[in-house]
Design a protein around this ligand. Structure first.
Ligand code: PHE
Length: 370
């Protein structure tokens, strides 16, 4: 019987070579594999007469044979249907790339800002996001019911005001007040001073929360705050640092100006403006039609109208703040600045995002554009 099967194998391999069309292939398939009249089954019907010891071996051989016949037929069927090519797969086609994501634009901005300041020695520090009134207001020269506090639109945690010993001075019992979500990164200032290490050159780059939500505000946003405290620190250091950052982040052609302002925790205080990237601080646009009141040479710049864009707050650390942090304000002085990451980022990219809330909607159609 094994002999017969071997013969069948030979016959099949001879015959299949001659097949030229799907019809011929089907005929061969029937001839060999048809259940009722196929040659293979014809032989296997004789299995009943085979000696018991041989049945297993012959059965296995027959199975293998059948399998190889089926495979050869399938292969040929595929060849015939794909126009004679051995395969329909074209290896030269470019593949389908898996989608590749990227960091959120604000994460990228945070990393860039941290690395710019890292390059001039500002060490990034972290402070609690849920902090005490004491660090966000009280020690920043905004006692109890000072009206300046209103500007920070603070979220208060539903908790009882508490009294505690100062971490830096266990003898001193102070009112820490209520718990809050930090409304600005300045809450890190006195915490940094309390560490008792001078000089200070810290960067606090973190989430802030305010009860505000409109096209230019989200209840959660980011600020980056620089604080430098050392002997003989003066306004020129502040100006140089801020100017260095602006040139690195926005471009070498940008400059800054300081405008007088007011913060309770800095004296003097400034608002920092950056020269407009479109008109380079002139406020005029040569290619715009002349507008009434505009100087000769062009119309008003459509971005800034007056040459400067308002960026952020800064100032020289108030002596009361230094004192609250246990630092001798006669010996040491410092500067601080605190700016919004989202604002800087949208200004840098020249993005005219008409609703800043889009940044945190998690809508891929928006995020993928960056
Ligand atoms: N904390 C201020 C704000 O949120 C900004 C600021 C920081 C101003 C440091 C001066 C010095 O508006």
């Amino acid at each position: 019987m094994k002999e017969k099967l071997r013969q069948l194998k030979l016959d099949f391999s001879q015959e299949i070579k001659k097949v030229k069309s799907p019809a011929e292939l089907e005929a061969i398939e029937n001839k060999y594999l048809s259940r009722k009249s196929g040659l293979l089954n014809n032989i296997l019907r004789g299995l009943k007469e085979v000696a018991k010891e041989e049945v297993a071996e012959i059965g296995a051989f027959a199975n293998e044979l059948k399998q190889s016949i089926v495979e050869e037929i399938e292969l040929l069927r595929h060849k015939l249907s794909s126009g004679g090519q051995s395969t329909s797969f074209d290896f030269t086609l470019p593949g389908n790339l898996p989608p590749i994501g990227h960091l959120h634009p604000i994460t990228e901005a945070i990393r860039e800002i941290a690395s710019i300041f890292g390059g001039i020695g500002f060490q990034r520090q972290r402070y609690p996001e849920v902090d005490w009134d004491y660090y966000a207001f009280e020690t920043l020269n905004m006692p109890g019911d000072h009206p300046a506090r209103d500007e920070w639109e603070t979220f208060f945690i539903d908790s009882k005001p508490i009294k505690m010993n100062l971490p830096a001075n266990s003898q001193k019992l102070v009112e820490f007040g209520k718990r809050i979500l930090t409304p600005h990164t300045s809450s890190g200032q006195v915490r940094e001073m309390e560490k008792g290490k001078l000089p200070i050159r810290m960067m606090n780059l973190s989430k802030c929360y305010r009860r505000q939500m409109d096209v230019s505000h989200t209840p959660m946003f980011h600020q980056f705050e620089g604080l430098v405290i050392d002997k003989d620190i003066n306004i020129t250091h502040l100006k140089g640092t801020v100017d260095y950052f602006v040139k690195k982040f926005f471009g070498a052609d940008r400059t800054i100006r300081l405008r007088p302002h007011h913060f309770q925790f800095t004296e003097p205080s400034f608002e920092v403006d950056i020269s407009c990237g479109l008109c380079h601080g002139t406020g005029r646009s040569e290619d715009l039609p002349r507008q009434s009141g505009a100087e000769a040479g062009g119309g008003k710049c459509r971005m800034c109208k007056e040459g400067w864009l308002e960026l952020a707050g800064a100032g020289m650390v108030h002596p009361n703040v230094l004192r609250a942090g246990g630092i001798d304000s006669q010996k040491y002085s410092g500067f601080a600045f605190g700016w919004g990451v989202e604002r800087c980022y949208t200004m840098k990219a020249g993005l005219n995002i008409d609703d800043i809330r889009l940044l945190y909607k998690n809508d891929l159609r928006f995020n993928e554009q960056f």
